[in-house]
Design a binder for this molecule. Structure first.
Ligand code: NAD
Length: 374
C-alpha cells in the first residue's frame, strides 16, 4: 500500500504562482480565527480525503466530531472544518470542560457501503496527531464508523456500549437552561403553567417535552414528520401546529430543536414569546439576528451554551461515563446562563456576544495561570 500523502506548505520553486497564492490563502484562513493546526491527508488506496482542524488546545485536547460530506469543493470543506473547530473551542470553554476545539471532515459520499478502509484511514490520521485531537460522531457518521477508527487509535469517543445516545443529556441541559432563562426573565424558574413551543420532536425535542410536561408546562409542538409529532402530542398532551405556524404562536418560550438558521429576518418579527431557548445548533441565521432579538427585548439562550449537554456526555466518557455524572455537569448550564446574562447586562451586549466573552475569558485565564506558574 502506498503511504498516505500528507500536505505541506513548502515554498518549492516548482509550485506555480497560483499554487503559492492558494497556500497563502490557506494560512490567511488559519490566521483569521487563530487556528493552531490543519492536517490534510489523502490515502490513495481507499480514496480517503480527510481534513483535521485544531483550533485551540489551551484547555486540553481538541475534541470534535468527524463530518462525512460531499462538499462541492475542497475549499468549502476546509472552511466548514475551520468554522466548526472554532465553534467547539467556545462550546467546551463555556461548558467548563478541559477540552480544546477541533473538528474533522471526510470529503465524499457518506452513503458509501465499504466504510472500513475510509474510517481506518481516518483513524490513522487522528493517531498521527498524537492525542492533540479526539474525534466522535457527527453528520454522516455512525457509532459503527467510530469502531473502525478505534481499531487504529484510542483518540475516539462515542463508542458502542459507552456513553451512547447523547440526546437525553442534551435535553436535560436544555431543560436546565430554560429554567435559568425563566429565572432571569420572570424572577422564578418554575415552569408549571408556562407555555413552551417546541420546534422538532426528534431525539432532543422528545426528551425535552418529557421533562417540561413533568413540571406542568403546557406544550405546543411541531414537526415535519407526523409520526414524531404524534408521539409528543399523545405522550405529553402537546397542541400540534403546522411547521410554519410555530413562529407565530402565543407562548412564553420558544424551544428550537430542529434546524439551524431559523432565527432570521422572516421569523423574528413573527415571534410572540419572551424567551428563546432550545437545543438546535446555529439558530441565528447571521450574528446580526442576535442583535435583532436583543432589540426586540427577547431573552436568548445562545445555542452553543444551552445545547452543550451532548459534548458534556462525550467528555464524561473520557473520564469514566455515568449518567449521573453527565447530567450533573450538564445541569451546570443553569448557572452558566445566569452568569452570561449578568455579563450581558453589565457590559451592555447581546447574550450571544456575552457567551463568546465568557469563553475567551476562561481560555485567557487558564493560559495566564500556565504561563505564570509553570
Ligand atoms: P433529530 O433528527 O432526532 O430531530 C430533529 C427533528 O426535527 C426531526 O424529528 C425532524 O423531522 C424535525 N424537523 C426537521 N425540519 C423541521 C422543520 N422545518 N420544522 C419542524 N421540524 C423539523 O435531531 P436531534 O438529535 O433531536 O437534534 C436536534 C437539534 O439539536 C439539531 O440541530 C442538532 O444539531 C442539535 N443538537 C443535538 C444534540 C444531541 O445530543 N442529539 C446535541 C447538540 C445539538
Amino acid at each position: 500500500m502506498k503511504a498516505p500523502v500528507k500536505s505541506s506548505a513548502s515554498s518549492s520553486p516548482a509550485i506555480s504562482r497560483a499554487k503559492k497564492e492558494e497556500a497563502t490563502a490557506l494560512f490567511a484562513l488559519l490566521e483569521e480565527h487563530e487556528h493552531e493546526q490543519v492536517s490534510l491527508v489523502y490515502e490513495p488506496s481507499s480514496g480517503y480525503r480527510g481534513i483535521i482542524a485544531i483550533h485551540d488546545t489551551t484547555l486540553g485536547p481538541a475534541l470534535g466530531g468527524t463530518r462525512f460530506w460531499n462538499y462541492s469543493n475542497d475549499r468549502e470543506a476546509l472552511i466548514d472544518c475551520l468554522r466548526l473547530a472554532r465553534g467547539m473551542t467556545y462550546k467546551a470553554a463555556v461548558a467548563g470542560l478541559n477540552l480544546g476545539g477541533g473538528k474533522s471532515v471526510i470529503i465524499g459520499d457518506n452513503k458509501i457501503r465499504n466504510r472500513e478502509p475510509i474510517f481506518r484511514a481516518h483513524g490513522r490520521h487522528v493517531k498521527a496527531l498524537g492525542g492533540r485531537y479526539i474525534t466522535a460522531e457527527d453528520v454522516g457518521t455512525s457509532v459503527g464508523d467510530m469502531e473502525f477508527i478505534k481499531a487504529e487509535t484510542d483518540h475516539v469517543t462515542g463508542l458502542i456500549g459507552k456513553s451512547g445516545d447523547p440526546s437525553p443529556v442534551t435535553a436535560f441541559g436544555v431543560y436546565r437552561g430554560i429554567k435559568a432563562c425563566a429565572r432571569h426573565r420572570y424572577g422564578d424558574d418554575a415552569l408549571g403553567g408556562k407555555t413552551v413551543a417546541i420546534q422538532g420532536c426528534g431525539h432532543v425535542g422528545y426528551f425535552l417535552a418529557d421533562l417540561l410536561s413533568k413540571e406542568g408546562a403546557q406544550l405546543i409542538a411541531t414537526d415535519i414528520d407526523q409520526g414524531k409529532l404524534k408521539a409528543v402530542v399523545d405522550d405529553f398532551r402537546a397542541r400540534p401546529v403546522a411547521p410554519d405556524a410555530i413562529y407565530g404562536v402565543e407562548a412564553n418560550i420558544f424551544a428550537p430543536c430542529a434546524l439551524g438558521g431559523i432565527l432570521n429576518d422572516q421569523t423574528i418579527p413573527e415571534l410572540k414569546v419572551d424567551i428563546i431557548a432550545g437545543g438546535a445548533n446555529n439558530q441565528l441565521a447571521e450574528e446580526r439576528h442576535g442583535d435583532m432579538l436583543e432589540e426586540k427585548g427577547l431573552t436568548y439562550a445562545p445555542d452553543y451554551v444551552i445545547n452543550a449537554g451532548g459534548l458534556v456526555n462525550v467528555n464524561a466518557e473520557l473520564e469514566g461515563w455515568t449518567m449521573e455524572r453527565a447530567r450533573n455537569k450538564a445541569g451546570e448550564i443553569y448557572e452558566t446562563l445566569l452568569m452570561l446574562f449578568e455579563i450581558a447586562a453589565d457590559e451592555s451586549m447581546p447574550s450571544y456576544r456575552a457567551a463568546d466573552r465568557l469563553a475567551e475569558r476562561r481560555i485567557a485565564a487558564i493560559a495566564k495561570v500556565r504561563q505564570n506558574f509553570v
